[in-house]
Design a protein around this ligand. Sequence first.
Ligand code: FAD
Length: 482
Amino acid sequence: MPYATGFKKLEDRTALPHALEELSALLGERVSLSEEDRILCGKDFWPLTNVWFMEGKIASLPDAVVWPETTEEVAAVIKIAKGYKIPVIPFGEGSGVLGGITAVEGGIVIDMKRMNRILSIDEESLLLTVETGINGEILERKLNQKGFTLRHTPQSVRCSTLGGWIACRAAGQFSTKYGKIEDMLTAIQAVLPDGSIYENTVAPRSASGPRIDQLLLGAEGTLGVVTRAVLKIWRLPEKQTGRSFAFLTIEDALRAVRDILQKNIKPAVVRIYDAGETEHHFKEIEAARDKVMLILVMEGIEKLVAVENEVVQSCCEKWQGEDCGDGPVHHWFETRFNVSISSHLIQNGAVFDTMEVAAPWSKIAPLYHQVIKALKAVPGTILAGGHFSHVYHDGACLYLSVVGIPVALSKEDYYHQIWDAAMKTTMAMGGTCSHHHGIGLNRSRFLQEELGEAGFNMLKAVKQALDPEGIMNPGKLGMGGE
Ligand SMILES: Cc1cc2nc3c(=O)[nH]c(=O)nc-3n(C[C@H](O)[C@H](O)[C@H](O)COP(=O)(O)OP(=O)(O)OC[C@H]3O[C@@H](n4cnc5c(N)ncnc54)[C@H](O)[C@@H]3O)c2cc1C
């Protein structure tokens, strides 16, 4: 399979046979050189790789795939790779959307799927210890069977792992009450690029120096492989209620939600759909025609849900929200994992992507208008819209969708232009480039600008100190792989 533009294998492969011999001695049949395995682990859901794939090209191929079963085996693999200066790419399920697992220099993929055991549940502290290769849906089901929940359900929960969530700082649909993955995480175990095993103390909070465990959060496999995590879990909620309201403007809906959050009321789910997305998702709701739909789910103990319901009602009424009942919430529950529209669009020749950015309340509405304007200004864009998918005391995440059928530009040039337009406008308006998908390859060119010179130098210094050979997932977070 030919490589897509820009990526190439390392020229010098002389060390590879020796490394593969040692890996086979260590893992036996849990080492694969087959093209099928390498293709499967060589691309994720980055739309540009899909465009290439449909043209019969692959971003790049790793040299081998390995399946360790213990932290010690991961450490041994990394030590072998380090000895021969061969890249290592941690792999969950490849549901990342930014090319984060692309083997830009080839190398060894560590597929974590065999490290999928629940190790313990501390029912008194409500803490779960689990290996990071576990699939999200399987983990949640196993917890539910015991009366618990992690309440982390990204739209990709069925095709992603805990390790990928930690590596990308993922956000689930119930984030307003339960937080993003970083809020759920109490401790981690990771294999560092020198093969040593790091673990931090399990404690609710710690002031023992800086939180170095958090360096692995959002590091996208560039600073090590996260092998185990200790996470907060919850007892299954006693009561759950859904509400929906239609607003005349985005600003009114945002104000109502801000009021709710700033009263320290935390619905589990909060989604605000702009008029275009409301039309797409809720076209049968007459009261929402040409309006902005707000979906809320409250859950917990019955008394708390009753109070939350009252506050939600009064804040929405204050901003002229029209009560649309719980029908739209049922519809949301039924369709929340359905992403078939994206494959449909791509198969029909369109370019489609999503982008998630975040900003404080004071900036989020103007940012929404400016980014949509910038996306629509790129020649070929036929649709740009969005919804607010995660909200906080101090701001919100804006999740954008864009569809284009470029004529004057190639698909690849169009793709780069929409990302330039959205990211540059977001930064100019005071927002952060990523709320939960991370950086991968696609956003690497924007990271230095967002972190600033001092911030980016700090990141590079950490990388250099921990991984002087640059073997861990090169080319990601704007580092290595040039
Ligand atoms: C349809 C769809 C819907 C999505 N919805 C959401 C959503 O609602 N919320 C959200 O946050 N994201 C969402 N995503 C993005 C994606 O699912 C997340 O980024 C997810 O966290 C990736 O998990 P994964 O196991 O598939 O990781 P991969 O794609 O395999 O890897 C992603 C990155 O993590 C690194 N990595 C993986 N495992 C480890 C490990 N154990 N240690 C160190 N590094 C590791 C990889 O090297 C890579 O850099 C969605 C994606 C799709 C395709």
